[in-house]
Design a binder for this molecule. Structure first.
Ligand code: ATP
Ligand code: MG
Ligand code: MG
Ligand code: MG
Length: 563
């Protein structure tokens, strides 16, 4: 591509509203432009990189046994009502209605849509397992869209879903996906960790997040310095199980409204719509208090509170010591810093809860009365992860714990029958009995991955793309296009390189050399080939972007030098 024929609007100045390197560089190097808060135009260079990431993802998905399809972004509210998420998803869900006043959702994820497809088309165990994926635009009205493509309100995701007749079959697919994800992120040249993500993850089997290690990551992960153990500490699993003898259904009869104001305060502080499932649970572990605020789509009256996907945890070191600033993840709402006042609101409520022997219920503003944390539910040992400190021994006994910030680029999850039961997706087993399908779901943030690579691969002069993802293989520069010799040579090299199968960006613009070199460093293609003063002798310069290493060579040797 001739640079004069494409759109690469580079900037010298750092854009005022871009806080982090990847955001600044993607704007300065002319890859993206903002359209609205959290909504971006992908200019030609970014589109090329997206395409390369998508190609890697497609190859690995097909290898894992998933077939591509494409579902609509515009989805009818009825599907979301069937699953219950119409009511529980909260303000992140982009809702709209058509001219007939019918409600729709711009899909933030596609469990409902895929479950409806498979429910209608697959009836027998003979058609299972089945795994399908798409690469598509997603919409989430994030509370704090920021960091450019890292947290957008419109973004590109690869989402895959699998359907099974047995847990073993689901597990096999989960392992395939785990491998596929590891391959994808390795091929993207990322330094990442697969981390235990959540409550269902006892032993780390049911859900993993793939985290790119980066200071700007919004999650904190704890990993071992000498084994593969890694966990997201802010979403660290707390499993609360009620013994059967004390089922909430019985307790609900005795329910009372308590702490109404507190829950309101908390919801207002968090900026979440107060919705059915918001609630608080207090745990006391080793003289410390942990408050878990849950919002999400778990079942009302579910006796097991697990899969705290959308939980906020606030660690209260002691009931007195609440003054430290604590960072916490609010599930899909993103991290916030909880300040003294907010924690105090929570702490007051929490301490009151303990004193009164009250704990959270699944009903808005209702709490179980007479519930005793030790007697009536237990906190899993994994809850201790929350208190892991740097340098502690790793829970798997190998090595010591290191903390790092991470960017979540992928997430794999054993869903079980959450959606198939709600939406009636069942099959006939080999005895002719109706069974709910067992499901898994697997997401990769394609546009977020682009930004994560930019965040990890840059230097003071600009982006430094890994060869696999670079928008072009080579940057060919004619220093002075007004010089006929330089221009002719550059053009003939351009054609030779294209014929040899290279994807070349050819800077044929009538710009000063300084501008061209600065732009070239900013864009960050792996190799730069400069045709300058020595064109008449057939001598050109090859420069490696990453190392800065340069080499003067004769044009005859070009193709073999860069191979
Ligand atoms: P986060 O914790 O960052 O809000 P999430 O857990 O809500 O992400 P998932 O529902 O697991 O996200 O979606 C799958 C993937 O989609 C994520 O792992 C991430 O890579 C990507 N993703 C999610 N939200 C966004 C967003 N707002 N902008 C860009 N990519 C996103
Ligand atoms: Mg997350
Ligand atoms: Mg989210
Ligand atoms: Mg996730």
């Amino acid at each position: 591509m001739k640079q004069s024929m494409t759109l690469i609007p580079t900037l010298r100045e750092v854009p005022a509203d871009a806080e982090i390197k990847s955001h600044q560089l993607l704007i300065r190097a002319g890859f993206i432009r903002q359209n609205a808060s959290g909504v971006y135009n992908y200019l030609p260079l970014a589109k090329k990189v997206l395409h390369k990431i998508e190609t890697i993802v497609r190859e690995e998905m097909e290898r894992a046994g998933a077939a591509e399809l494409l579902m609509p972004a515009l989805t009818p509210a009825e599907l979301w009502q069937e699953s219950g998420r119409w009511y529980s998803y909260g303000p992140e869900l982009m809702r709209l209605h058509d001219r007939h006043e019918r409600d729709f959702v711009l899909g933030p994820t596609h469990e409902e849509v895929i479950t409806a497809i498979v429910r209608d088309e697959v009836k027998s165990y003979k058609r299972l397992p089945l795994a399908l994926y798409q690469i598509q635009t997603k919409f989430r009205d994030e509370k704090r869209p920021r960091f450019g493509l890292l947290r957008g309100r419109e973004f590109i995701m690869k989402d895959a879903y699998s359907f099974h007749a047995s847990q073993e079959s689901l597990h096999e697919m989960y392992e395939n996906m785990y491998r596929a994800y590891s391959n994808v992120f390795a091929r993207c040249g990322l330094n990442y960790r697969a981390v235990i993500a959540d409550s269902g993850a006892m032993g780390g089997k049911d859900t993993h997040e793939f985290m790119v290690l980066s200071e700007v990551g919004e999650d904190t992960i704890a990993y071992s310095d000498s084994s593969s153990f890694a966990a997201n500490i802010e979403m660290a699993p707390v499993v609360m199980e009620y013994p059967k003898s004390n089922e909430p259904q019985q307790e609900l009869e005795k329910r009372e409204t308590v702490g109404k104001k507190s829950i309101d305060d908390v919801a207002a502080y968090l900026g979440v719509e107060k919705e059915k499932c918001i609630k608080s649970m207090l745990f006391q572990v080793d003289n410390r208090f942990v408050l878990v605020l849950v919002r999400g789509d778990h079942e009302v009256n579910d006796i097991k509170v697990k899969n705290l996907l959308e939980a906020t945890t606030v660690e209260l070191a002691t009931s007195e010591d609440t003054s430290k600033i604590m960072k916490c993840a609010i599930g899909s709402l993103g991290p916030i810093n909880v300040d003294f006042e907010a924690v105090q609101v929570i702490a007051d409520h929490a301490v009151a809860s303990v004193v009164n022997g009250v704990c959270g219920s699944n009903e808005e503003d209702y709490h179980f009365v007479g519930v005793n944390p030790d007697r009536d539910f237990k906190v899993s040992q994994y809850a201790d992860l929350r208190f892991i400190k740097e340098g502690d021994p790793s829970p798997d006994g190998q090595g010591k714990i290191v903390f790092a910030e991470g960017i979540e680029v992928g997430h794999i999850f054993k869903l079980g029958t959450r959606y198939s039961e709600a939406m009636n997706a069942s099959y006939l087993d080999d005895n002719g009995r109706t069974q709910p399908m067992i499901m898994g779901c697997y997401g990769i943030g394609i546009s977020r991955t682009l930004a994560a690579v930019a965040e990890q691969c840059n230097d003071e002069n600009g982006l430094v793309w890994p060869a696999n993802l670079a928008p072009y293989d080579l940057h060919l520069i004619a220093v002075n296009v007004k010089d006929d010799e330089q221009r002719f040579l550059a053009e003939s090299l351009y054609n030779t390189l294209l014929e040899s199968g290279y994807d070349v960006l050819y800077d044929d613009r009538a710009e000063r050399a300084g501008v061209k070199f600065a732009d070239s460093d900013l864009i960050g293609l792996p190799l730069r080939i400069t045709v300058g003063k020595r064109a008449s002798e057939g001598v050109i310069e090859v420069k490696v972007r990453k190392t800065g290493e340069t080499l003067e060579i004769n044009i005859e040797n070009l193709v073999e030098t860069i191979a």
